[in-house]
Ligand binder design. Structure first.
Ligand code: F6R
Length: 617
């Protein structure tokens, strides 16, 4: 996720900014840059004018630091940025800061500007020149356009114009005593220091300089000077807010106070989902330009082939159920490691989708190459811009979960599922298989997913208590049917990879064909039993294992009291339409595996024998 730091004060800002950027490295990044204000000796003999110097690099912060070695003058005001690409490849040109036409305004930004394409078009018509592929570059040009002698007012006007998310920080060489910031759904904090003040996307960036912080809220703008911090609402009214004190160590600040990255990432899911929906679901309309397919091409599809590995393959399985149900297009899912070696048949009018959070999984890459060699056109779904899979595919749909640091996939999984929901819905609409009413009902429900997930996360303590009771069991069976089956498989995968307990995911109806022999008093069965059309069937499956003395944990729909006759423990998720229980029921299972692993003293962020990107066969 992009990181921001800005400083104005008595000290030389170069080291403060570079060190701050290093503190933000843990968030993941692919390029970095800095803009500082220095006296413009060439055009100003009296030394009263300033100019902005921008240095940026694709790659590591140490490369940026290296390039700054020749900057042998002091500066007391500057902004810095680590970029994690969302629009445009991770290149030097796309790295932040971005500047306006005059070079007097420099901007760093964390977030996504949904309406950047239309703004860019307007600005080009007015004569603005763009050089990067980013959404961010519209920001300095907008500030230039709105400039009426008050950078703060220009920022307030900008905030009313843009849609999407953003923490924005800007420097203006005509105003060398101030830095302006704004927030729209992406975090921005103020560090209040003794020798100056800071803006940052995250507390660790400035924790070595101050422990006093102010949180900026959505639609607020901020002006910091070396000895003054002023917060304003959108209409320019001053807001009074006192700083609070932070006692965290740097390591716990990196995890925003959570114990581990995995826990943090589980709790970040409502945000990652909103970001992934952003720009794709607007006022009830679905936009999928990234697919690069005409409506006729979609209507003519005979088949969709999805390939993926591990957790991503579970997102693919859920996608299959959804596409087949809403669009009635047959979907085949295969794990990449099998697909690549089976001499696959690539048919005409078949859409080929590769799902991979990292975009680097070697088996998925090999499967793509195999399919391409047989004429397939590839659509990738990935979380990493510019990754190898993204580069080698014909089109890319990015999830915007932000970088995932824990080895175990959590927030990238739910972001993939959201793409699957939106894509299946889009296909359902284009093929005419969904009525207007059905479509609108599903859209309404999808909009509520982040809130419903938040409600589940608010109940995390209940799952923790259940985990405290059952963590010593040595066998776990996860049972689900239809939409619940990929959830059962994913629940089992999460548990085995971070707790090292033997766990299996099964279709409920398959139990009697073998796995039921495993069931005894040492077994916990986790049943995914939301109120859907296979609810009664799942009850029977649970009855079967209960009769064999297994302990039952049911993940059920709120208000379902019947289930308690079958279960020893019950966790409720909010009610929804049956297709959406897939994304809701996985959240308690992520939490369950997390708390069980913690009880067993496991390293949840770096489980044994596993790697975040599997780049070897
Ligand atoms: C599970 C996990 C792995 C990955 C798999 C595919 O928590 O992280 O199973 O899902 O290695 O990785 P990507 O999605 O990067 O291709």
């Amino acid at each position: 996720m992009c990181g921001i730091i800005a400083y104005i004060g008595d000290k030389n800002c170069k080291d403060i900014i570079i060190n701050g950027l290093k503190r933000l490295e843990y968030r993941g990044y692919d390029s970095a840059g800095i803009a500082i204000l220095i006296p413009d000796n060439e055009s100003d003999k009296d030394n009263t004018r300033n100019k902005i110097v921008v240095l940026k690099q694709a790659g590591k912060i140490k490369d940026l630091e290296e390039s700054m070695k020749n900057l042998d003058f002091d500066s007391h005001i500057g902004i810095g940025h680590t970029r994690w690409a969302t629009h445009g490849a991770p290149t030097q040109i796309n790295a932040h800061p971005h500047t306006d036409c005059t070079g007097k305004i420099a901007v760093v930004h964390n977030g996504i500007i949904e309406n950047y394409a239309e703004i860019k078009e307007e600005l080009i018509k007015k004569g603005h020149k763009f050089i990067s592929e980013t959404d961010t570059e519209v920001l300095p040009h907008l500030l230039e356009e709105y400039n009426n002698g008050s950078p703060l007012e220009a920022m307030q006007k900008l905030l009313k114009k843009i849609k999407g998310s953003g923490a924005i920080v800007a420097l203006n060489s005509d105003f060398p005593d101030e830095i302006i910031g704004a927030r729209l759904a992406s975090p921005l904090i103020v560090g209040v220091g003794r020798d100056g003040n800071f803006l940052a996307s995250d507390i660790p960036a400035v924790l070595e300089h101050t422990r006093n912080f102010i949180i900026i809220n959505d639609f607020e703008t901020i002006r910091i000077k070396k000895d003054k911090v002023e917060i304003f609402d959108l209409d320019g009214k001053l807001i009074k807010r006192d700083p609070f004190k932070v006692n965290w160590s740097i390591t716990s600040a990196e995890k925003s106070g959570y114990e581990d990255f995995m826990q943090k990432e589980i709790f970040e899911q409502p945000f990652g989902i909103k970001e992934t929906m952003r720009g794709r679901l607007i006022d009830g309309d679905l936009l999928f330009e990234e697919l690069n397919m005409t409506e006729d091409q979609i209507r003519n599809l005979n088949k969709i082939q999805i390939i993926a590995c591990g957790t991503s393959s579970h997102a693919a399985m859920l996608g299959k159920q959804l596409i087949e149900r809403w669009a009635r297009i047959p979907v085949e899912v295969e794990v990449s490691s099998e697909y690549r070696y089976k001499n696959p048949i690539v048919e005409e009018n078949c859409l080929f989708i590769a799902i991979t959070q990292s975009g680097e999984t070697i088996d998925t890459l090999a499967a793509i190459r195999e399919a391409k060699s047989k004429g397939a056109k590839i659509v990738a779904i990935t979380n990493v811009v510019g990754s190898t899979v993204a580069r080698e595919s014909d089109s890319v749909i990015y999830t915007h979960a932000g970088p995932e640091i824990g080895v175990c996939a959590t927030k990238t999984f739910t972001a993939q599922i959201i793409v699957m929901y939106l894509m299946a819905l889009y296909f359902g609409k284009v093929t005419g298989n969904l009525s207007k009413d059905q479509y609108e009902k599903i859209v309404e429900e999808i909009k509520f997913i982040p809130n419903k997930i938040q409600l589940i996360l608010n109940d995390a303590e209940k799952i923790k208590k259940i985990a405290d009771h059952i963590y010593k069991y040595r066998t776990f069976l996860f049972l689900g049917r239809i939409f619940g089956l990929p959830v059962a498989l994913e629940g089992a995968l999460k548990l085995k990879e971070i707790s090292y307990i033997h766990a299996e995911g099964y279709a409920g109806g398959e139990m009697k064909h073998g796995p039921i022999a495993l069931t005894d008093t040492n077994t916990t069965v986790v049943g995914i039993v939301p109120k859907d059309f296979v609810y009664e069937k799942m009850l029977s499956n649970i009855e079967e294992v209960k009769a064999r003395h297994a302990t039952i944990l049911a993940i059920a729909t709120e208000g379902d009291t019947e289930i308690q006759k079958y279960s020893n423990y019950t966790f409720y998720v909010p009610s929804s339409i049956e297709e959406l229980y897939g994304i809701l029921t996985i959240i308690p299972l992520q939490l369950l595996s997390y708390y069980i692993a913690k009880n067993l003293g496991r390293n949840v962020d770096q489980p044994r024998n596993l790697a975040k990107s599997v780049t070897v066969e």
